[in-house]
Design a protein around this ligand. Structure first.
Ligand code: F6P
Length: 556
Protein backbone atom coordinates (compact mmCIF):
# COMPACT_ATOMS: atom_id res chain seq x y z
CA UNK A 1 0.00 0.00 0.00
CA UNK A 2 1.01 3.61 -0.43
CA UNK A 3 2.95 4.79 2.56
CA UNK A 4 1.17 7.90 3.79
CA UNK A 5 4.43 9.01 5.41
CA UNK A 6 6.39 9.03 2.15
CA UNK A 7 4.24 11.95 1.03
CA UNK A 8 5.80 14.50 -1.24
CA UNK A 9 3.67 17.51 -2.15
CA UNK A 10 2.48 17.13 -5.72
CA UNK A 11 2.09 20.87 -6.07
CA UNK A 12 5.90 21.14 -5.94
CA UNK A 13 6.44 18.78 -8.86
CA UNK A 14 7.73 20.13 -12.21
CA UNK A 15 4.69 18.82 -14.07
CA UNK A 16 2.39 20.72 -11.70
CA UNK A 17 4.36 23.91 -12.34
CA UNK A 18 4.23 23.28 -16.11
CA UNK A 19 0.46 22.83 -15.98
CA UNK A 20 0.07 26.05 -14.03
CA UNK A 21 1.81 27.94 -16.81
CA UNK A 22 -0.21 26.16 -19.47
CA UNK A 23 -3.46 26.97 -17.67
CA UNK A 24 -2.74 30.68 -18.01
CA UNK A 25 -1.98 30.26 -21.73
CA UNK A 26 -4.94 27.99 -22.53
CA UNK A 27 -7.39 30.38 -20.87
CA UNK A 28 -6.56 32.86 -23.62
CA UNK A 29 -7.07 30.40 -26.50
CA UNK A 30 -10.46 30.05 -28.15
CA UNK A 31 -11.91 26.56 -28.26
CA UNK A 32 -12.83 27.11 -31.91
CA UNK A 33 -9.15 27.82 -32.69
CA UNK A 34 -8.08 24.64 -30.94
CA UNK A 35 -10.36 22.73 -33.34
CA UNK A 36 -9.20 24.73 -36.35
CA UNK A 37 -5.57 23.96 -35.61
CA UNK A 38 -6.07 20.23 -35.12
CA UNK A 39 -8.29 18.39 -37.62
CA UNK A 40 -8.13 15.13 -35.64
CA UNK A 41 -9.13 16.79 -32.39
CA UNK A 42 -12.75 15.61 -32.19
CA UNK A 43 -11.92 11.95 -32.77
CA UNK A 44 -8.64 11.93 -30.84
CA UNK A 45 -10.21 13.61 -27.82
CA UNK A 46 -13.05 11.09 -27.73
CA UNK A 47 -13.35 7.58 -26.39
CA UNK A 48 -15.78 4.95 -27.56
CA UNK A 49 -16.64 2.25 -25.02
CA UNK A 50 -19.19 -0.52 -25.62
CA UNK A 51 -22.01 1.44 -23.94
CA UNK A 52 -21.21 5.05 -24.78
CA UNK A 53 -19.15 7.70 -26.52
CA UNK A 54 -17.26 10.16 -24.32
CA UNK A 55 -16.48 13.30 -26.34
CA UNK A 56 -14.05 15.44 -24.37
CA UNK A 57 -12.88 17.52 -27.31
CA UNK A 58 -14.75 20.68 -26.22
CA UNK A 59 -12.30 21.29 -23.39
CA UNK A 60 -9.56 23.84 -22.87
CA UNK A 61 -6.75 21.43 -23.51
CA UNK A 62 -4.37 20.86 -26.34
CA UNK A 63 -2.24 17.80 -26.92
CA UNK A 64 0.60 19.11 -24.81
CA UNK A 65 -1.69 19.81 -21.84
CA UNK A 66 -3.21 16.35 -22.22
CA UNK A 67 0.24 14.76 -22.10
CA UNK A 68 1.12 16.77 -19.01
CA UNK A 69 -2.15 15.83 -17.30
CA UNK A 70 -1.36 12.17 -17.95
CA UNK A 71 2.10 12.75 -16.49
CA UNK A 72 0.44 14.30 -13.45
CA UNK A 73 -1.53 11.08 -12.94
CA UNK A 74 1.73 9.14 -13.08
CA UNK A 75 3.46 11.59 -10.76
CA UNK A 76 0.58 11.11 -8.29
CA UNK A 77 1.23 7.35 -8.22
CA UNK A 78 -2.19 6.58 -9.66
CA UNK A 79 -1.05 3.20 -10.95
CA UNK A 80 -0.19 2.06 -7.43
CA UNK A 81 -3.26 3.59 -5.81
CA UNK A 82 -5.51 1.92 -8.36
CA UNK A 83 -3.79 -1.43 -7.71
CA UNK A 84 -4.20 -0.87 -3.96
CA UNK A 85 -7.91 -0.14 -4.34
CA UNK A 86 -8.56 -3.39 -6.20
CA UNK A 87 -6.23 -5.36 -3.90
CA UNK A 88 -8.27 -4.40 -0.83
CA UNK A 89 -5.50 -2.38 0.80
CA UNK A 90 -6.76 -0.10 3.59
CA UNK A 91 -6.73 3.04 1.42
CA UNK A 92 -9.44 4.64 3.58
CA UNK A 93 -6.58 5.48 5.92
CA UNK A 94 -8.31 7.72 8.45
CA UNK A 95 -10.93 5.03 9.10
CA UNK A 96 -8.46 2.16 8.67
CA UNK A 97 -10.49 0.29 6.03
CA UNK A 98 -10.22 -1.06 2.53
CA UNK A 99 -12.51 0.41 -0.12
CA UNK A 100 -14.04 -2.51 -1.93
CA UNK A 101 -17.27 -1.46 -3.58
CA UNK A 102 -16.01 -3.02 -6.87
CA UNK A 103 -16.15 -6.39 -5.07
CA UNK A 104 -19.92 -5.97 -4.71
CA UNK A 105 -20.39 -6.18 -8.48
CA UNK A 106 -17.74 -8.70 -9.49
CA UNK A 107 -15.29 -5.95 -10.36
CA UNK A 108 -12.16 -7.43 -8.77
CA UNK A 109 -9.56 -9.20 -10.91
CA UNK A 110 -9.44 -11.96 -8.31
CA UNK A 111 -11.18 -12.82 -5.06
CA UNK A 112 -9.85 -11.53 -1.75
CA UNK A 113 -10.12 -12.74 1.79
CA UNK A 114 -10.86 -10.48 4.72
CA UNK A 115 -10.50 -12.10 8.14
CA UNK A 116 -10.09 -15.46 6.39
CA UNK A 117 -13.45 -15.12 4.61
CA UNK A 118 -13.90 -14.84 0.84
CA UNK A 119 -15.17 -11.39 -0.06
CA UNK A 120 -16.85 -12.57 -3.26
CA UNK A 121 -18.38 -15.55 -1.48
CA UNK A 122 -19.93 -13.31 1.17
CA UNK A 123 -21.24 -10.89 -1.43
CA UNK A 124 -22.83 -13.66 -3.51
CA UNK A 125 -24.43 -15.30 -0.47
CA UNK A 126 -26.05 -12.02 0.53
CA UNK A 127 -27.21 -11.34 -3.03
CA UNK A 128 -28.89 -14.76 -3.08
CA UNK A 129 -30.75 -13.91 0.13
CA UNK A 130 -31.82 -10.63 -1.41
CA UNK A 131 -33.03 -12.42 -4.52
CA UNK A 132 -35.13 -14.79 -2.38
CA UNK A 133 -36.79 -11.86 -0.66
CA UNK A 134 -37.55 -10.20 -4.00
CA UNK A 135 -39.09 -13.44 -5.32
CA UNK A 136 -41.27 -13.72 -2.20
CA UNK A 137 -42.43 -10.15 -2.64
CA UNK A 138 -43.13 -10.51 -6.35
CA UNK A 139 -44.99 -13.80 -5.82
CA UNK A 140 -47.16 -12.22 -3.19
CA UNK A 141 -45.88 -14.72 -0.65
CA UNK A 142 -44.69 -12.09 1.82
CA UNK A 143 -47.50 -11.08 4.10
CA UNK A 144 -47.95 -8.69 7.00
CA UNK A 145 -49.38 -9.51 10.45
CA UNK A 146 -52.95 -9.76 9.24
CA UNK A 147 -52.03 -12.12 6.41
CA UNK A 148 -52.44 -9.45 3.74
CA UNK A 149 -49.94 -9.49 0.90
CA UNK A 150 -47.19 -6.82 1.03
CA UNK A 151 -47.90 -4.39 -1.81
CA UNK A 152 -45.87 -1.35 -0.71
CA UNK A 153 -42.30 -1.03 0.46
CA UNK A 154 -40.98 2.13 2.12
CA UNK A 155 -37.22 2.63 2.19
CA UNK A 156 -36.17 4.60 5.27
CA UNK A 157 -32.61 5.82 4.72
CA UNK A 158 -30.62 8.94 3.96
CA UNK A 159 -27.52 9.88 1.93
CA UNK A 160 -25.94 6.79 0.44
CA UNK A 161 -28.73 4.69 1.92
CA UNK A 162 -31.27 6.55 -0.19
CA UNK A 163 -29.81 8.42 -3.17
CA UNK A 164 -28.36 5.47 -5.07
CA UNK A 165 -31.48 3.29 -4.96
CA UNK A 166 -33.88 6.09 -5.83
CA UNK A 167 -31.63 7.49 -8.58
CA UNK A 168 -31.39 4.02 -10.15
CA UNK A 169 -35.11 3.27 -9.88
CA UNK A 170 -35.98 6.60 -11.50
CA UNK A 171 -33.42 5.97 -14.24
CA UNK A 172 -34.79 2.49 -14.91
CA UNK A 173 -38.46 3.46 -15.19
CA UNK A 174 -38.72 1.46 -18.39
CA UNK A 175 -37.47 -1.67 -16.59
CA UNK A 176 -40.01 -1.96 -13.78
CA UNK A 177 -40.96 -5.50 -12.76
CA UNK A 178 -43.67 -6.82 -10.48
CA UNK A 179 -46.40 -4.80 -8.83
CA UNK A 180 -44.86 -3.91 -5.48
CA UNK A 181 -44.65 -0.13 -5.16
CA UNK A 182 -41.44 1.33 -3.72
CA UNK A 183 -41.46 4.61 -1.77
CA UNK A 184 -38.63 6.59 -0.19
CA UNK A 185 -38.44 8.59 3.01
CA UNK A 186 -35.07 10.21 3.65
CA UNK A 187 -35.89 13.42 5.46
CA UNK A 188 -36.37 13.59 9.21
CA UNK A 189 -38.88 16.36 8.45
CA UNK A 190 -42.00 14.42 9.42
CA UNK A 191 -43.83 15.95 6.45
CA UNK A 192 -42.20 13.45 4.12
CA UNK A 193 -43.09 10.34 6.12
CA UNK A 194 -46.59 11.70 6.68
CA UNK A 195 -47.09 12.28 2.95
CA UNK A 196 -45.87 8.83 2.01
CA UNK A 197 -47.95 7.05 4.66
CA UNK A 198 -51.17 8.84 3.74
CA UNK A 199 -51.72 6.65 0.72
CA UNK A 200 -50.66 3.37 2.32
CA UNK A 201 -52.39 0.49 4.09
CA UNK A 202 -50.44 -0.51 7.21
CA UNK A 203 -51.45 -4.16 6.80
CA UNK A 204 -49.71 -4.42 3.43
CA UNK A 205 -46.70 -2.16 4.02
CA UNK A 206 -43.12 -3.25 4.61
CA UNK A 207 -40.41 -0.87 5.84
CA UNK A 208 -36.77 -1.25 4.87
CA UNK A 209 -34.58 0.39 7.49
CA UNK A 210 -31.58 1.13 5.34
CA UNK A 211 -28.58 2.32 7.29
CA UNK A 212 -24.96 1.26 7.19
CA UNK A 213 -24.45 2.21 10.83
CA UNK A 214 -28.02 1.68 12.03
CA UNK A 215 -27.50 4.71 14.26
CA UNK A 216 -28.27 7.61 11.90
CA UNK A 217 -30.69 9.70 13.91
CA UNK A 218 -32.86 10.77 10.93
CA UNK A 219 -33.38 7.20 9.77
CA UNK A 220 -33.93 5.73 13.23
CA UNK A 221 -36.45 8.49 14.06
CA UNK A 222 -38.36 7.67 10.87
CA UNK A 223 -38.21 3.95 11.72
CA UNK A 224 -39.66 4.55 15.19
CA UNK A 225 -42.44 6.73 13.77
CA UNK A 226 -43.21 4.08 11.16
CA UNK A 227 -43.55 1.53 13.96
CA UNK A 228 -45.94 3.84 15.85
CA UNK A 229 -48.02 4.18 12.65
CA UNK A 230 -48.25 0.38 12.45
CA UNK A 231 -49.20 0.21 16.13
CA UNK A 232 -51.98 2.72 15.64
CA UNK A 233 -53.34 0.61 12.79
CA UNK A 234 -53.08 -2.67 14.71
CA UNK A 235 -53.32 -1.80 18.43
CA UNK A 236 -53.82 -5.41 19.49
CA UNK A 237 -50.73 -6.68 17.75
CA UNK A 238 -47.54 -7.18 19.79
CA UNK A 239 -44.78 -4.73 18.87
CA UNK A 240 -42.35 -7.60 18.38
CA UNK A 241 -44.64 -9.15 15.79
CA UNK A 242 -45.07 -5.87 13.93
CA UNK A 243 -41.31 -5.49 13.79
CA UNK A 244 -40.84 -9.05 12.59
CA UNK A 245 -43.49 -8.94 9.86
CA UNK A 246 -43.25 -5.34 8.67
CA UNK A 247 -39.56 -4.47 8.90
CA UNK A 248 -36.46 -5.46 6.99
CA UNK A 249 -32.99 -4.23 7.97
CA UNK A 250 -30.21 -3.41 5.50
CA UNK A 251 -27.00 -2.61 7.32
CA UNK A 252 -23.34 -3.20 8.04
CA UNK A 253 -24.31 -3.51 11.74
CA UNK A 254 -26.71 -6.50 11.76
CA UNK A 255 -26.58 -6.76 15.55
CA UNK A 256 -28.06 -3.27 15.87
CA UNK A 257 -30.91 -4.17 13.48
CA UNK A 258 -31.67 -7.13 15.69
CA UNK A 259 -31.55 -5.02 18.84
CA UNK A 260 -34.16 -2.85 17.14
CA UNK A 261 -36.31 -5.97 16.80
CA UNK A 262 -35.79 -7.00 13.19
CA UNK A 263 -35.47 -10.75 12.60
CA UNK A 264 -31.99 -12.06 11.66
CA UNK A 265 -33.56 -13.69 8.58
CA UNK A 266 -34.91 -10.31 7.55
CA UNK A 267 -31.60 -8.54 8.10
CA UNK A 268 -29.42 -8.13 5.01
CA UNK A 269 -25.83 -7.18 5.53
CA UNK A 270 -22.95 -5.46 3.90
CA UNK A 271 -19.53 -4.58 5.25
CA UNK A 272 -17.61 -1.65 6.65
CA UNK A 273 -15.35 -1.75 3.58
CA UNK A 274 -18.26 -0.31 1.59
CA UNK A 275 -18.58 3.48 1.90
CA UNK A 276 -22.15 4.72 2.37
CA UNK A 277 -22.05 6.76 -0.86
CA UNK A 278 -20.66 3.74 -2.75
CA UNK A 279 -23.17 1.25 -1.38
CA UNK A 280 -25.94 1.04 -3.97
CA UNK A 281 -24.31 -2.13 -5.34
CA UNK A 282 -24.73 -3.88 -2.00
CA UNK A 283 -27.97 -4.96 -0.31
CA UNK A 284 -28.64 -1.21 -0.06
CA UNK A 285 -29.82 -1.80 -3.65
CA UNK A 286 -32.73 -3.93 -2.38
CA UNK A 287 -35.32 -1.31 -3.47
CA UNK A 288 -33.84 -1.44 -7.00
CA UNK A 289 -34.21 -5.23 -7.10
CA UNK A 290 -37.80 -4.93 -5.84
CA UNK A 291 -38.78 -2.22 -8.32
CA UNK A 292 -36.92 -3.55 -11.37
CA UNK A 293 -36.46 -7.24 -10.63
CA UNK A 294 -33.34 -9.05 -9.46
CA UNK A 295 -32.11 -9.73 -13.02
CA UNK A 296 -32.08 -6.03 -13.84
CA UNK A 297 -30.28 -5.32 -10.57
CA UNK A 298 -27.71 -7.93 -11.59
CA UNK A 299 -27.35 -6.26 -15.00
CA UNK A 300 -26.70 -2.96 -13.22
CA UNK A 301 -23.91 -4.66 -11.25
CA UNK A 302 -22.53 -6.20 -14.44
CA UNK A 303 -22.37 -2.79 -16.11
CA UNK A 304 -20.44 -1.40 -13.16
CA UNK A 305 -18.08 -4.41 -13.30
CA UNK A 306 -17.44 -3.64 -17.00
CA UNK A 307 -16.37 -0.17 -15.94
CA UNK A 308 -14.17 -1.60 -13.15
CA UNK A 309 -12.47 -3.73 -15.77
CA UNK A 310 -11.98 -0.74 -18.07
CA UNK A 311 -10.63 1.42 -15.25
CA UNK A 312 -8.27 -1.36 -14.09
CA UNK A 313 -6.91 -2.25 -17.50
CA UNK A 314 -7.04 0.71 -19.90
CA UNK A 315 -3.95 2.91 -20.26
CA UNK A 316 -4.49 6.33 -18.73
CA UNK A 317 -4.76 8.02 -22.15
CA UNK A 318 -7.74 5.82 -23.04
CA UNK A 319 -9.22 5.48 -19.59
CA UNK A 320 -12.57 7.28 -19.25
CA UNK A 321 -12.56 7.81 -15.46
CA UNK A 322 -8.91 8.94 -15.55
CA UNK A 323 -9.54 11.41 -18.38
CA UNK A 324 -12.64 12.88 -16.74
CA UNK A 325 -10.81 13.20 -13.42
CA UNK A 326 -7.83 14.92 -15.02
CA UNK A 327 -10.13 17.41 -16.73
CA UNK A 328 -11.89 18.09 -13.46
CA UNK A 329 -8.58 18.72 -11.69
CA UNK A 330 -7.45 20.86 -14.64
CA UNK A 331 -10.46 23.13 -14.31
CA UNK A 332 -10.91 23.29 -10.57
CA UNK A 333 -7.31 23.30 -9.43
CA UNK A 334 -5.35 24.82 -12.32
CA UNK A 335 -7.83 27.08 -14.11
CA UNK A 336 -9.66 28.18 -10.97
CA UNK A 337 -13.19 27.21 -12.01
CA UNK A 338 -14.73 26.04 -8.73
CA UNK A 339 -18.01 24.53 -9.99
CA UNK A 340 -19.04 21.73 -12.32
CA UNK A 341 -22.51 21.23 -13.82
CA UNK A 342 -24.12 17.82 -14.44
CA UNK A 343 -26.75 18.19 -17.18
CA UNK A 344 -28.64 15.04 -18.12
CA UNK A 345 -30.80 15.32 -21.24
CA UNK A 346 -32.88 12.41 -20.03
CA UNK A 347 -35.80 12.74 -17.66
CA UNK A 348 -34.99 9.32 -16.24
CA UNK A 349 -31.65 10.68 -14.99
CA UNK A 350 -33.23 13.59 -13.16
CA UNK A 351 -31.75 12.49 -9.83
CA UNK A 352 -28.22 12.00 -11.15
CA UNK A 353 -27.01 15.52 -10.23
CA UNK A 354 -28.16 14.99 -6.62
CA UNK A 355 -26.57 11.54 -6.53
CA UNK A 356 -23.27 12.90 -7.85
CA UNK A 357 -23.35 15.79 -5.40
CA UNK A 358 -23.03 13.34 -2.55
CA UNK A 359 -20.65 11.00 -4.35
CA UNK A 360 -18.27 13.76 -5.37
CA UNK A 361 -18.56 16.46 -2.73
CA UNK A 362 -18.66 14.14 0.29
CA UNK A 363 -15.56 12.47 -1.17
CA UNK A 364 -13.43 15.37 -2.36
CA UNK A 365 -14.73 18.38 -0.44
CA UNK A 366 -11.59 18.32 1.71
CA UNK A 367 -8.69 20.63 2.47
CA UNK A 368 -6.24 18.44 4.36
CA UNK A 369 -3.79 16.41 2.31
CA UNK A 370 -2.65 12.89 3.09
CA UNK A 371 0.26 14.24 5.15
CA UNK A 372 -2.24 16.02 7.39
CA UNK A 373 -1.31 19.43 6.02
CA UNK A 374 -3.66 22.08 4.62
CA UNK A 375 -3.52 22.04 0.81
CA UNK A 376 -2.44 25.14 -1.08
CA UNK A 377 -4.73 24.53 -4.05
CA UNK A 378 -8.41 24.00 -4.83
CA UNK A 379 -9.66 20.42 -4.43
CA UNK A 380 -13.02 19.02 -5.60
CA UNK A 381 -15.56 21.24 -7.36
CA UNK A 382 -19.03 22.25 -6.31
CA UNK A 383 -21.31 19.85 -8.22
CA UNK A 384 -24.73 21.03 -9.29
CA UNK A 385 -27.19 20.67 -12.12
CA UNK A 386 -30.54 19.32 -13.23
CA UNK A 387 -32.10 17.92 -16.39
CA UNK A 388 -30.92 19.95 -19.34
CA UNK A 389 -34.12 21.15 -20.84
CA UNK A 390 -35.46 22.47 -17.54
CA UNK A 391 -32.06 23.97 -16.80
CA UNK A 392 -32.11 25.77 -20.16
CA UNK A 393 -35.11 27.71 -18.90
CA UNK A 394 -33.55 28.37 -15.53
CA UNK A 395 -29.80 28.74 -15.08
CA UNK A 396 -28.33 28.36 -18.59
CA UNK A 397 -28.40 32.14 -18.98
CA UNK A 398 -25.66 32.13 -16.31
CA UNK A 399 -23.73 29.40 -18.11
CA UNK A 400 -23.78 31.37 -21.36
CA UNK A 401 -23.24 34.97 -20.33
CA UNK A 402 -22.02 35.23 -16.75
CA UNK A 403 -18.30 36.06 -16.45
CA UNK A 404 -17.84 32.75 -14.59
CA UNK A 405 -16.91 29.56 -16.40
CA UNK A 406 -18.71 26.40 -15.32
CA UNK A 407 -17.45 23.25 -17.06
CA UNK A 408 -20.32 20.85 -17.70
CA UNK A 409 -21.10 17.22 -18.43
CA UNK A 410 -23.90 16.72 -20.95
CA UNK A 411 -25.40 13.22 -20.70
CA UNK A 412 -27.94 11.76 -23.12
CA UNK A 413 -28.91 8.58 -24.94
CA UNK A 414 -29.22 7.77 -28.63
CA UNK A 415 -32.33 5.69 -27.99
CA UNK A 416 -35.39 7.23 -26.37
CA UNK A 417 -36.93 5.65 -23.27
CA UNK A 418 -40.46 6.20 -24.68
CA UNK A 419 -42.22 6.00 -28.04
CA UNK A 420 -43.58 9.53 -28.49
CA UNK A 421 -42.77 10.76 -31.95
CA UNK A 422 -40.43 13.72 -32.43
CA UNK A 423 -39.61 14.37 -28.77
CA UNK A 424 -36.25 12.69 -28.63
CA UNK A 425 -34.87 14.46 -31.68
CA UNK A 426 -35.78 17.83 -30.15
CA UNK A 427 -34.19 16.81 -26.87
CA UNK A 428 -30.92 15.67 -28.43
CA UNK A 429 -30.77 18.64 -30.81
CA UNK A 430 -30.98 20.87 -27.74
CA UNK A 431 -28.21 18.98 -26.01
CA UNK A 432 -25.88 19.20 -29.00
CA UNK A 433 -26.82 22.86 -29.56
CA UNK A 434 -26.07 23.85 -25.98
CA UNK A 435 -22.56 22.43 -25.87
CA UNK A 436 -21.92 24.02 -29.27
CA UNK A 437 -23.25 27.41 -28.15
CA UNK A 438 -21.26 27.31 -24.93
CA UNK A 439 -18.12 26.49 -26.86
CA UNK A 440 -18.43 28.93 -29.75
CA UNK A 441 -20.49 31.77 -28.36
CA UNK A 442 -21.40 34.59 -30.79
CA UNK A 443 -19.09 37.49 -31.52
CA UNK A 444 -20.10 41.12 -32.17
CA UNK A 445 -19.67 40.77 -35.91
CA UNK A 446 -22.10 37.85 -36.15
CA UNK A 447 -24.59 39.63 -33.90
CA UNK A 448 -24.36 42.71 -36.14
CA UNK A 449 -24.98 40.62 -39.27
CA UNK A 450 -27.96 38.89 -37.69
CA UNK A 451 -29.54 42.19 -36.59
CA UNK A 452 -28.85 43.83 -39.95
CA UNK A 453 -30.58 40.91 -41.68
CA UNK A 454 -33.60 41.66 -39.54
CA UNK A 455 -33.58 45.23 -40.84
CA UNK A 456 -32.44 47.03 -37.68
CA UNK A 457 -30.81 50.45 -38.02
CA UNK A 458 -27.07 50.86 -37.43
CA UNK A 459 -27.86 52.77 -34.26
CA UNK A 460 -30.07 49.96 -32.93
CA UNK A 461 -27.45 47.37 -33.86
CA UNK A 462 -24.80 49.31 -31.96
CA UNK A 463 -27.04 49.61 -28.92
CA UNK A 464 -28.09 45.93 -28.79
CA UNK A 465 -24.89 44.17 -29.80
CA UNK A 466 -23.11 44.19 -26.41
CA UNK A 467 -26.07 42.44 -24.80
CA UNK A 468 -26.24 39.74 -27.44
CA UNK A 469 -22.56 38.85 -27.55
CA UNK A 470 -21.70 35.46 -26.01
CA UNK A 471 -18.03 35.11 -25.24
CA UNK A 472 -18.15 31.33 -25.64
CA UNK A 473 -15.15 29.28 -24.54
CA UNK A 474 -17.27 27.39 -21.99
CA UNK A 475 -16.03 23.80 -21.90
CA UNK A 476 -17.97 20.56 -21.65
CA UNK A 477 -17.85 16.79 -21.95
CA UNK A 478 -20.62 14.88 -23.67
CA UNK A 479 -21.46 11.32 -22.67
CA UNK A 480 -23.71 9.83 -25.31
CA UNK A 481 -25.08 6.45 -24.23
CA UNK A 482 -26.41 4.06 -26.85
CA UNK A 483 -29.32 3.40 -24.53
CA UNK A 484 -30.10 3.95 -20.87
CA UNK A 485 -30.54 0.41 -19.59
CA UNK A 486 -29.47 -1.32 -16.36
CA UNK A 487 -26.07 -2.24 -17.74
CA UNK A 488 -25.21 1.20 -19.12
CA UNK A 489 -26.51 2.88 -15.96
CA UNK A 490 -24.19 0.69 -13.87
CA UNK A 491 -21.29 1.68 -16.10
CA UNK A 492 -22.18 5.37 -15.95
CA UNK A 493 -22.32 5.48 -12.16
CA UNK A 494 -19.12 3.46 -11.79
CA UNK A 495 -17.44 5.82 -14.28
CA UNK A 496 -18.12 8.71 -11.93
CA UNK A 497 -17.09 6.71 -8.85
CA UNK A 498 -13.68 5.97 -10.31
CA UNK A 499 -13.35 9.52 -11.60
CA UNK A 500 -13.87 10.79 -8.05
CA UNK A 501 -11.27 8.34 -6.71
CA UNK A 502 -8.70 9.45 -9.31
CA UNK A 503 -9.30 13.13 -8.48
CA UNK A 504 -8.64 12.38 -4.81
CA UNK A 505 -5.42 10.52 -5.62
CA UNK A 506 -4.11 13.36 -7.76
CA UNK A 507 -5.10 16.00 -5.23
CA UNK A 508 -3.49 13.90 -2.48
CA UNK A 509 -6.57 13.86 -0.30
CA UNK A 510 -8.42 10.95 1.26
CA UNK A 511 -11.70 10.53 -0.64
CA UNK A 512 -13.37 7.87 1.47
CA UNK A 513 -13.97 9.52 4.83
CA UNK A 514 -16.45 12.33 5.65
CA UNK A 515 -15.42 13.98 8.90
CA UNK A 516 -17.09 17.22 7.87
CA UNK A 517 -20.47 15.53 8.01
CA UNK A 518 -19.81 14.11 11.46
CA UNK A 519 -19.28 17.55 13.04
CA UNK A 520 -22.81 18.79 12.29
CA UNK A 521 -24.36 15.48 13.36
CA UNK A 522 -22.70 15.74 16.79
CA UNK A 523 -23.78 19.34 17.31
CA UNK A 524 -27.39 18.59 16.31
CA UNK A 525 -27.70 15.89 18.92
CA UNK A 526 -26.25 18.24 21.55
CA UNK A 527 -28.67 21.05 20.60
CA UNK A 528 -31.80 18.96 20.26
CA UNK A 529 -32.59 18.71 24.01
CA UNK A 530 -31.85 22.44 24.35
CA UNK A 531 -34.81 23.29 22.11
CA UNK A 532 -37.11 22.29 24.97
CA UNK A 533 -35.27 23.90 27.88
CA UNK A 534 -31.79 24.09 29.41
CA UNK A 535 -29.27 26.81 29.79
CA UNK A 536 -27.97 28.36 26.58
CA UNK A 537 -24.95 30.03 28.18
CA UNK A 538 -22.55 27.67 26.35
CA UNK A 539 -23.94 28.59 22.95
CA UNK A 540 -22.83 31.44 20.72
CA UNK A 541 -25.14 34.48 20.73
CA UNK A 542 -26.65 33.81 17.32
CA UNK A 543 -27.50 30.17 18.05
CA UNK A 544 -28.88 31.09 21.49
CA UNK A 545 -31.03 33.79 19.90
CA UNK A 546 -32.46 31.33 17.33
CA UNK A 547 -33.32 28.80 20.04
CA UNK A 548 -34.92 31.46 22.24
CA UNK A 549 -37.01 32.69 19.32
CA UNK A 550 -38.07 29.11 18.66
CA UNK A 551 -39.05 28.58 22.30
CA UNK A 552 -41.03 31.84 22.47
CA UNK A 553 -42.98 31.19 19.29
CA UNK A 554 -43.51 27.46 19.49
CA UNK A 555 -47.20 26.60 19.79
CA UNK A 556 -48.34 24.20 22.51
O1 F6P B 1 -24.11 11.89 5.02
C1 F6P B 1 -23.17 11.25 5.84
C2 F6P B 1 -23.37 9.79 5.83
O2 F6P B 1 -22.47 9.27 6.73
C3 F6P B 1 -23.19 9.18 4.43
O3 F6P B 1 -21.88 8.89 4.12
C4 F6P B 1 -24.10 8.02 4.51
O4 F6P B 1 -24.43 7.56 3.25
C5 F6P B 1 -25.27 8.60 5.26
O5 F6P B 1 -24.68 9.44 6.23
C6 F6P B 1 -26.20 7.60 5.91
O6 F6P B 1 -25.53 6.81 6.84
P1 F6P B 1 -26.12 5.43 7.30
O7 F6P B 1 -26.26 4.56 6.10
O8 F6P B 1 -25.16 4.89 8.29
O9 F6P B 1 -27.47 5.68 7.92
Amino acid sequence: MQDAHSHSAISQSPVWQALQEQAAQLKRRRLADLFAGDPQRASDFSLELPQFLLDFSKNHIDRSVFVNLLRLAEEAGLDQWRADLFAGEPINVTEGRPVLHPALRGGLAEDLEIGGVSVTGGVEAELQRLKELVVLLHNGALTGCSGKRITDVVNLGVGGSHLGPQTAIEALRAYRKGDVAVHFVSNVDGAQLTDVLVGLDAESTLFIVSSKTFTTSETMTNARSALKWLQRAAPDEAVEVLLQRHFVGVTASPEKAQQFGILPERTYRFWDWVGGRYSLWSVIGLPIAIACGFENFRALLDGAADMDHHFREAPFAQNAPVIMALLSVWYCTFMGYPAHAVLPYDQALHMLPAYLQQADMESNGKSTNRAGVEVDYATGPLIWGQTGINGQHAFYQYLHQSPEVVPADFIGSVTAGHDLEGHHEILLANMFAQSQALMNGVDAESVGRELAAKGLSQEEIKRLTPFKVHRGGKPSNTILLKELDPRSLGGLIALYEHKIFVQGVILQIYSFDQWGVELGKGLASKLEPKLAAADLADEDDSTAQLIEYYRRNKCG
